[in-house]
Each structure stands twice: as structure tokens, then as C-alpha cells.
Design a protein around this ligand. Structure first.
Ligand SMILES: *Cc1c(COP(=O)(O)O)cnc(C)c1O
Length: 410
């Protein structure tokens, strides 16, 4: 519990102490409030809670004390050291969801209606692509996909399509690690009065803070680096229009029913405490892996935005503290070599997902992007032989040894 009159100056201190952590029974850690509903002392108090005059909890689909600690912590991390034009600290409101997909659904459904169009970049998380093209499309919301790294294309597309209402940026993007310039794209979008949303899952607020720019909403799959240990699926939606978040977004959250649960929220709270130290290790390991792979004879190409030959190197440098822990690469032998390599790994784990303490290796064409039509996939740079790696926190020598032995004979 920090003394609020002494500001916290470091992001780990915020991750460990943010939010109201004064609990009953002097519990040191955030309790798991495993309860579906909350008690009213009187009918009058119940009425006041429903009217929003009493801030007490009502029902866990609407909010829960364990969720609230996680929400306040993520909001504090995303807002860390950012000020508004008037010099006041940025205020954010977060809603904790059952998954990143649920948070994204609340975000899109509360901001878009039938007849609206959404604009996004061509390299995207598979679930985001499918949500846009299947669920939103069926509800009359169209999606236009472009290369958002070309600002002229962004400007022209917005001019030619007056139905565009929202611009969605994922950066770095899965699985090509492409980066979109948040400041530039948000700047153009705002000139046209559009809503700007960012998927900050790959970067985390430690590496990138989209609210520094003219961004309205950020969401995370907390399943990844924020939880950090692969123990729970979760998502969070953050917004800086507090009225919208407490009114419309909260209504949609309650009605769509995508709330988190107290145990997963607890795991997330615990995981976030070590975000900074974990990310530092993930990131330094990723740089070492990139150096190793770049010089290897079996490798055709490495996608890592910390490499000066990556097309988005400058964008990453501009908006990220460090290029991050995600990378992908192409083996010279294509799909066949890719499969052989993945099967030969002994320590690194063959699994989708990312952001866990262990190194995870996956094959987008057969796994995460299986649902994306092949021609789209290839157009997005997701070739048949592309391997994606979420660099873990193991000792670097063991990661490199495993990669080396798995590439033998390729
Ligand atoms: C995992 C992920 C999602 C979806 O989140 P879930 O927690 O799996 O629902 C969205 N965007 C990105 C970039 C992701 O990595």
C-alpha cells in the first residue's frame, strides 16, 4: 500500500502497489473474491448501488473487487508518466474480460454499428482477423484491410470511404512483427474524427504506451506477457473517455457477458508485479536469439524489428522502449524444414500463445493463421514456412543450444 502523497517513480513500483490494496483482515495479497453476488444491508442501499450513488459491488458479471485491483493496476501501467496537453496525468478506466477476444468484442461492439466500416492493417492476430470478417461482418460492420505503414494509403482510404469510423492498429503485429506508426496513423485518423484503437498485447505498457498519442482505446490479451506465466486466459479494455467507459462500454461489457473470474484476475495481479524484470530478460534473450539466427546457414530470413534491415526498425525505435521478445523466421527449406525444426526442439515448447516464461515456438500457417485463407496469409507475409518464436526467460545458452541442435542437418 503506497502512501498516495509520495508519487511512485518506477513502473515496477506501480505494478506492485497500484490501486486500492486495503483489504479486510489486513490480507497482504489481493484476496480471490470468489462470489457471484454482493450483499445489501438494506433495500435502500441496494437501490443506491443500482443508481450508481453507492460505489459498492452488485454482481460479479458487472464487476468484482479482485477484478478491480487488476483493472486499476493495468490502467496505472498504461498511464504511467503520461500527461494530457494541460499537464495533468492521463486518467484511464479499464474493464477486465474473460479473454482478449472478449475485450476486443466489447471494444468494437460498443463503438461500431451496422453500416460502419473499420480500417485495419494487413498483419493481424488471427482471432482479430476472424472476428472482423465473420462476427462483425455478419452484423453489418465492414472491414477494410490495408498496409498502414504507407501513410498515403491510410489517408486516401479514409477519404474514399466515408463509412470508416474506427481505425484499429496492432503493433507489433502478429506474426510478422511489423510495426505501424501509432502517432502518424492516429494523427491522420483524428483529422477525420475517427476512433483509434490499439492492440498492445505484443509490446505491453512497459515497452509501448499508445495513450501517449491520440489513441482512444487500448486492449490487451492479458493471457500473454501481462500474466506472463501462461496460467490464465484474459483480456482488458482501456479507455480514456471515462464517461464512455463507465457508461456505454460498461453496459456492453455487462450485456455481452465477457467478464473475467476472480481466480484468473488474481493470477494476473501476481504476474504483473514482475512485468518489468520479466520483459527485460525476455527482450535481451530475443536480441541474442536474433543475432544467432541471423548468422545461421539454415535461415533464409529473420523478422525482428530490432534488426536494422527490418522495414519497421525506425518505427519500432520511435515508439517502443525496446523491440520486444517476439520474432519470426523463415528456414531455407520452407515448410518441410520448418516442421522438422519444430519437431526436433527439446527444451523450447511447441505451442501457440506467447509471453510465457518458457520459449514458445509455433507455425502460423498450420496453427494460429489456419483460419485465414492462404492467399490472404501469403499477402500478409505469413509464408508456409514461417516460424514464430516468443522468447522465454530461460538461460540464453540453453535456448541457443536447443535451436542449434534442432537446425542440425537442415
Ligand atoms: C492472443 C491475442 C489476442 C486474443 O486474446 P485471447 O486472450 O486469446 O482471447 C488478440 N491479439 C493478440 C495480438 C494476441 O496475441
Amino acid at each position: 500500500m503506497n502512501n498516495k502523497s509520495v508519487p511512485l517513480t518506477g513502473i515496477s513500483s506501480v505494478a506492485i502497489h497500484a490501486g486500492d490494496r486495503n483489504f479486510a483482515e489486513y490480507s497482504h495479497l489481493t484476496p480471490i473474491f470468489a462470489t457471484s453476488t454482493f450483499v445489501f444491508d438494506t433495500a435502500q442501499q441496494g437501490m443506491e448501488r443500482f443508481a450508481g450513488e453507492d460505489p459498492g459491488f452488485i454482481y460479479s458479471r458487472w464487476g468484482n473487487p479482485t477484478f478491480r485491483v487488476a483493472e486499476e493496476t493495468i490502467a496505472a501501467l498504461e498511464a504511467f508518466n503520461i500527461t494530457e496537453a494541460d499537464g495533468n496525468p492521463v486518467q484511464l478506466k479499464a474493464l477486465l474480460h474473460a479473454s482478449g477476444q472478449a475485450a476486443m468484442t466489447t471494444m468494437f461492439m460498443s463503438n461500431l454499428k451496422s453500416g460502419d466500416t473499420l480500417l485495419s492493417h494487413f498483419s493481424l492476430y488471427g482471432g482479430s482477423h476472424e472476428l472482423m470478417h465473420k462476427v462483425l461482418a455478419q452484423n453489418g460492420i465492414n472491414t477494410i484491410i490495408i498496409d498502414m505503414r504507407d501513410l498515403n494509403v491510410v489517408e486516401d482510404t479514409i477519404r474514399q470511404n466515408p463509412a470508416i469510423r474506427l481505425v484499429h492498429i496492432e503493433t507489433p503485429a502478429n506474426p510478422t512483427i511489423q510495426c505501424v506508426d501509432i502517432e502518424a496513423v492516429a494523427g491522420i485518423a483524428k483529422q477525420h474524427g475517427l476512433i483509434v484503437t490499439v492492440d498492445n498485447t505484443f509490446a505491453t505498457p512497459y515497452l509501448q504506451q499508445p495513450f501517449k498519442y491520440k489513441v482512444d482505446f487500448v486492449f490487451h490479451s492479458t493471457t500473454k506477457f501481462l500474466n506472463g506465466h501462461g496460467t490464465a486466459i484474459g483480456g482488458v479494455l482501456l479507455g480514456k473517455d471515462i464517461d464512455f467507459m463507465t457508461d456505454k462500454a460498461w453496459k456492453w461489457y455487462k450485456l455481452l457477458g465477457g467478464n473475467s473470474n476472480p481466480f484468473d484476475a488474481f493470477l494476473l495481479i501476481q504476474g504483473m508485479k514482475t512485468l518489468e524484470v520479466r520483459m527485460d530478460r525476455h527482450c535481451s534473450n530475443a536480441v541474442a536469439v536474433t543475432d544467432f539466427l541471423s548468422g545461421h546457414k539454415a535461415i533464409a530470413h529473420v523478422n525482428y524489428n530490432g534488426l536494422s534491415d527490418h522495414p519497421d526498425y525506425t518505427t519500432a525505435k520511435k515508439q517502443m522502449r525496446h523491440p520486444g521478445a517476439m520474432l519470426s523466421f523463415e528456414l531455407k527449406g520452407g515448410l518441410k524444414a520448418g516442421k522438422k525444426f519444430i519437431d526436433a526442439l527439446q527444451m523450447c515448447v511447441r505451442a501457440v500463445s506467447l509471453g510465457t516464461v518458457d520459449t514458445l515456438v509455433s507455425h502460423p500457417a498450420s496453427m494460429t493463421h489456419y483460419g485465414v485463407p492462404r492467399e490472404d496469409r501469403i499477402r500478409y507475409g505469413i509464408s508456409d514456412g514461417l516460424i514464430r518464436m516468443s522468447t522465454g526467460m530461460e538461460n540464453i545458452a540453453d535456448i541457443l543450444n536447443d535451436l542449434e541442435q534442432a537446425m542440425e542437418g537442415l
